[in-house]
Design a protein around this ligand. Sequence first.
Ligand code: NAD
Ligand code: G6P
Ligand code: MN
Length: 434
Amino acid sequence: GVKIVTIGGGSSYTPELMEGFIKRYDELPIREIWLVDIEDGKEKLETVGTMAQRMWDASPYDVKVHLTLDRREALKDADFVTTQFRVGLLNARVKDERIPLSYGIIGQETNGPGGIFKAFRTIPIILGIVEDMKELCPDAWLINFTNPAGMVTDAIIRYGKWDKVIGLCNVPVGAMMAEPELIGKSLDELVYSFAGINHFHWHRVKDLQGNDVTGEIIEKMYSSDAGIPANIHDIPFFIDQVKKMNMIPCGYHRYYYRYEEMLNHMLEEYNDPEIGTRAQQVKQTEAELFELYQDPNLDYKPEQLSKRGGAHYSDAACETIASIYANKNTHIVVSTKNNGAVPDLPADTVVEVSAYIGATGARPIAFGSLPPAERGWLQVMKNMELVVEEAAVTGDYGLALQAFIINPLIPSGETAKRVLDELLIAHKKYLPQF
Ligand code: NAD
Ligand code: G6P
Ligand code: MN
């Protein structure tokens, strides 16, 4: 039987993960699941962990869910380790988003200044997890969901020297689930190709005869919000730009292609005491979810979880694990080492691309070079990530400033420096390296 360890087990997403494992039990015979958390997440772990056990008890399968604050005890002889933790919990995210917005700067928690600070807090912890894995489960696969998933996955390989890692995001899953029906097809009648980096990728779609149907989907997307994650405000792309590109940008491209409108929308919500930042909205949803999870009769994933942006997470995570375990060679979009799939980026950097997932991990599918505009964006964004990672590992203030200045969502200058300084103080407790 398979031993699964989930770090950040107290997350409200855990029932989503359990549902995915239950659905795939026949091909992935799990013996035990260990949910790991820390003292600050103890109550959440107990509530959601008990709920997770109820889900298994309601299934035909005999699986034990262990709850622990002892990561090392859990990691011993693990087969798959999944990570879904948030250093500082949602209160830290409130700061990530609110402090930049208070200066009129987008406070996005994955690719704005918030994302940079989430990386600063997360990378040292994930490197500690990797060190424990080298000792306690050297053959295990690490399936990383912790954001910023691209940078965290890259840092695991680059600084942790650990190659058995796959980074995941639900955004490509959402696109593949929503788009086919826009053109009257099902997913198995289409061939999807993704390339880019996490929260900054594009995709093309062909039919089984090899005809490009990307343009057809783009046309239809303008009369629907299909595939946009729940956390992203729907401002449509400029159709002339996207048609010319003939690639479908991911939801997060709105922050770059419609920067002004996205910032204004975020400021409007921030300035409305009834709404607030996304982090504040999510705290509300989380409280509602944990209220439900306490119900001893609830033994399935509640509908309310779909208010969170991470819907379909389990389809990516559990399918990846099942594909490695059963050597299925399924097409899944993952963060993995480039190895030439996107020739515009170095071979050793992590990209988010279409890949075949099997017993040896991810084999990225060649996408080819991007047109100049997208290539330019991608190279800036990937190099921004590399600066962030190095700053996270070294605690170098000059590099942190470089990361802020190169990030396209942060207008450079005195204000950027002030936001950086304020975030460094606000998160001091979680940033021993600075
Ligand atoms: P959350 O605030 O509920 O945090 C999850 C748990 O992590 C908490 O119970 C917390 O106590 C625990 N934790 C914090 N530090 C820890 C540590 N050092 N070791 C072990 N556990 C620790 O978070 P959430 O909103 O449920 O999100 C969970 C994570 O998943 C976040 O990192 C988020 O960015 C990520 N996420 C990723 C995607 C994706 O597409 N890749 C989608 C949704 C969420
Ligand atoms: C998704 C992204 C995730 C992100 C989440 C935020 O769609 O893929 O990486 O963490 O949305 O959702 P939330 O509900 O936490 O704002
Ligand atoms: Mn994501």
